[in-house]
Design a protein around this ligand. Structure first.
Ligand SMILES: [Zn+2]
Length: 162
């Protein structure tokens, strides 16, 4: 399982909202506790999205030089790279086939769904952060519309799981 505190959830949310409508990505830096199978996120390491502008919202490519940079950063703090986070602008926090195909078994993956510029949901592979709601739109003005869309997306997602 992965442990991630509010501070790091905030950091991922802030990065995801800042890069919206583009997809953002970064490394999760922390500890592996192999004995108990627990990963603890200590901090996040935001990466520049270096893909071409038009491809940016489709997928984030993790460049080997970024992995090396993050590993160096982690080592200097006696930590490890324990995973990767990225955002899904205007789509649910469900891993794409691309995500599944490129997931390393030793890492954990956090996906943040960003709807209309706000982080609406997060999920984690292979562990689940499901059921936590990060943004609660109100029944007024634009937020009412957003709330309706979020409910639609959540419904689609739960239908898919059935
Ligand atoms: Zn993805």
């Amino acid at each position: 399982m992965i442990r991630i505190d509010e501070k790091n959830i905030e950091a991922i949310s802030a990065h995801a909202e800042q890069d919206y409508p583009h997809e953002c990505g970064g490394m999760l830096i922390g500890h592996f506790d192999f004995q108990n199978g627990i990963k603890t996120v200590v901090e996040t390491f935001a990466l520049e999205n270096s893909r071409e502008e038009e491809a940016r919202h489709n997928r984030v490519l993790i460049l080997p030089k970024d992995v090396l940079r993050a590993e160096k950063y982690a080592r200097e703090r006696k930590l490890d790279v324990i995973g990767y986070y990225h955002s899904h602008p205007e789509s649910p926090a469900v891993p794409s086939q691309y995500d599944l195909d490129h997931a390393l078994p030793v890492w954990s993956y956090v996906i943040a769904s960003v709807i209309e510029g706000k982080v609406a949901d997060m999920d984690c592979l292979p562990d689940s952060l499901k059921g936590r709601t990060y943004f609660h739109p109100q029944d007024v003005g634009e937020e009412a519309e957003l709330k309706r869309r979020l409910e639609e997306i959540r419904k689609k997602r739960s239908d898919k799981e059935k």
